[in-house]
Write a protein that binds this ligand. Structure first.
Ligand code: ADP
Length: 293
């Protein structure tokens, strides 16, 4: 089974002709409210495309947005009994998107600050095969989740970029980053191979996602392997990285090797890029197996 510990946000999205300057007001298009947040997105991806038993550990407000997120999670088959209710508002991402697809995002974490690893969560994590976390919740919670596991592998998607304490990196079995996050974490510039080599000094397995170019998987004492993504017409890459992480974790939990997990995750990421939105874009298991053939 997979336990995803992370954020849940409502994405409030508006199309804009261009981004406003400081002090400026502009008129945008229709407003959309869709379920998002890296943690919830990855849990949905793992349950839909990964075919694994998936629990989501998160926190939501006592508001209508919480119901939107719970409906999306349960609709995908994610167990939500470990989702806590908080007095803070459900996390919200304010997103403006231009016609060129360039977006700006402001996240108000709200209830996400209340995610906690209590005894019940620890019990679930102890039984898990894979624990998957991201960095949209407090770092001490991520570290507590890593420490709570017994035999589970700890997969960290180090997104969004933040400085990480050494003890957290030391607890990571598989690190998943995009090129931008790889540069930030490595503290240097360079091609994906050299960034992965730097990160391998701290983590045993490093996966660098490369957008349309797929992913690079690097393990100690082995040559890095490049995994291609299928060629698709991308309409909205929101959620592609989350699809990758969720499906990768589910595949690992089902006993798949890291390389084969990266392959199926690349297919899922590519399919997510062909559909608008985040959780709504997560492919089903039959779509992934059809595209992987
Ligand atoms: P992030 O969205 O976190 O920056 P990436 O852009 O690297 O992450 O995308 C994650 C994964 O999604 C890639 O490894 C790839 O499998 C898939 N993907 C993303 N964009 C495309 C695309 N344009 N064409 C095909 N696959 C894509």
């Amino acid at each position: 089974s997979v336990v995803v510990v992370g954020s849940a946000n409502v994405d409030v999205v508006v199309d804009v002709p261009r981004h406003p300057q400081g002090g400026e007001t502009i008129l945008g298009g229709n407003l959309r409210r869709t379920p998002g947040g890296k943690g919830a997105n990855q849990a949905v991806a793992a349950a839909r495309a990964g075919g694994a038993d998936v629990s989501f550990v998160g926190a939501l407000g006592r508001d209508d947005d919480a119901q939107l997120l719970l409906d999306s999670l349960t609709g995908a088959g994610v167990r939500t009994d470990l989702v806590r209710a908080s007095d803070a508002a459900t996390g919200t991402a304010l997103i403006s998107v231009t016609g060129e697809g360039e977006n700006t995002i402001i996240v108000a974490p709200g209830a996400n600050s209340a995610v906690a690893v209590d005894d019940e969560v620890t019990g679930r994590i102890r039984q898990a095969d894979v624990v998957l976390a991201q960095l949209e919740i407090p770092l001490d919670v991520v570290l507590a989740a890593a420490r709570a596991r017994s035999s589970a592998r700890f997969v960290l998607n180090a997104a969004p970029s933040r400085a990480l304490p050494e003890e957290l990196l030391a607890a990571v079995d598989v690190l998943i980053v995009n090129e931008h996050e790889a540069r930030d974490l490595a503290g240097t510039d360079g091609d994906p191979e050299s960034l992965a080599a730097t990160l391998l000094e701290k983590v045993a397995t490093v996966v660098v996602t490369l957008g349309a170019a797929g992913a690079l998987i690097a393990e100690r004492d082995a040559e890095p392997v490049h995994v291609p993504a299928p060629t698709v017409t991308a309409v909205d890459t929101t959620g592609a990285g989350d699809a990758f992480c969720g499906v990768f974790a589910a595949a690992l939990a089902n006993g798949t090797s890291t390389h084969d997990a990266a392959r199926v995750a690349c297919v899922a990421g590519a399919l997510a890029a062909t559909r608008p939105g985040a959780q709504a874009a997560m492919p089903a298991v039959e779509d992934v197996s059809a595209a992987a053939r």
